[in-house]
Design a protein around this ligand. Structure first.
Ligand code: UDP
Ligand code: MG
Length: 295
């Protein structure tokens, strides 16, 4: 067979942390999909993110009977962002589809993604029309976060979109070059550019098990998202620093001239205020110094 005649290989990347309750169900849904898609070869790449249950053993058992399954086993729980980049490093596919283990991202959407990929799109991302089984607060904070991030940058952020997407190999290679440890991968998909296509879907509730997210993780991810993606907060801090330092400097001059012309009301007050205002001025200038570092 000519090398050009080989079927394209699609990697399905699944970060998994304590997901033993859903692995069998997930495998069943994926096999159904793979059996229908005869024009492609598939690789299922699990990244076991330091699970404390028997997720890894279940993956190993599946692999004994199905050589399409591969896995990366992380030495501890690093979080989904790192688990994903570990998967990026090892996947073999011509394209990649990232899905959550808990079947919140329906694998049945993958054929539609493949269709757009064949049409020439590099990043086919699934946007949530609805999110069943998630709390009002989670939906509200997620809504607010995407809008806040967008207001701080000129690069278009895909709103209400998770990691569920198909990426062409060249997107994978671009993302692999970015090795920061405090990652916000959803920002990186936007950052790398390439031809994007949106498809809409209803996000299902978890098939089984519990969410691994809590508000502490969500707040941390939001902060990483904003600070790793845009220097806008630093710029605002610099502007606020310059303005307060200017006010402090003017007030310092006022105190000096008032004391020289009218004399001191309380002894020591003027000199103490001048020292405080002078030091405050220097510290307020610190963000300004960072701002000037070439980006
Ligand atoms: N996950 C992971 N490491 C973690 C937390 C989560 O690999 O530390 C995986 C998890 O197994 C699932 C996906 O990331 O496949 C999404 O996690 P989860 O469903 O808990 O998040 P939610 O959908 O509630 O935002
Ligand atoms: Mg989930």
């Amino acid at each position: 067979m000519d090398i050009n005649d080989r079927k394209k290989l699609v990697t399905i990347l699944i970060p998994a942390y304590n997901e033993h309750e859903v692995i069998a169900l997930l495998y069943e849904r994926l096999t159904r999909l793979m059996d229908e898609q005869l024009n492609y070869d598939f690789e299922i790449l699990f990244v076991n993110d330091g699970s404390k249950d028997d997720t890894l053993e279940l993956i190993k058992t599946l692999r004994q009977n199905d050589d399409r399954i591969n896995y990366v086993n992380l030495s501890r729980n690093y979080g989904k962002e790192i688990a994903m980049i570990a998967g990026f490093d090892y996947l073999k596919g011509d394209c990649l589809v990232i899905i959550d283990a808990d079947l919140q991202d329906p694998p049945e959407l993958i054929p539609e993604m493949l269709k757009y990929w064949e049409e020439g799109y590099d990043d086919v991302y699934a946007k949530r029309k609805s999110r069943k089984g998630e709390s009002f607060i989670k939906k509200l904070t997620s809504w607010g976060f995407y809008r806040t991030l967008q207001s701080m940058t000129n690069i278009e952020i895909q709103k209400d979109t998770g990691d569920f997407r198909l990426l062409d190999r060249r997107c994978v290679e671009a993302i692999k070059k970015m090795r920061e440890s405090q990652r916000y991968t959803k920002g990186l998909y936007s950052w790398i550019g390439y031809k994007k296509k949106e498809i809409l879907y209803d996000r299902d509730p978890r098939a089984a098990g519990k969410t691994k997210w809590n508000y502490r993780k969500l707040v941390n991810l939001s902060i990483d998202g904003i600070t790793s993606f845009t220097t806008s907060p630093l710029r605002w801090a610099a502007i606020a620093g310059i303005l307060t330092s200017l006010c402090g400097f003017i007030y310092m001059l006022v105190i000096i001239f008032k004391t020289l012309i009218f004399g001191a009301d309380v002894s020591g007050y003027a000199s103490m205020m001048v020292v405080i205002l002078f030091l405050r001025r220097n510290s307020a200038c610190i963000p300004w110094t960072y701002w000037r570092i070439p980006r």
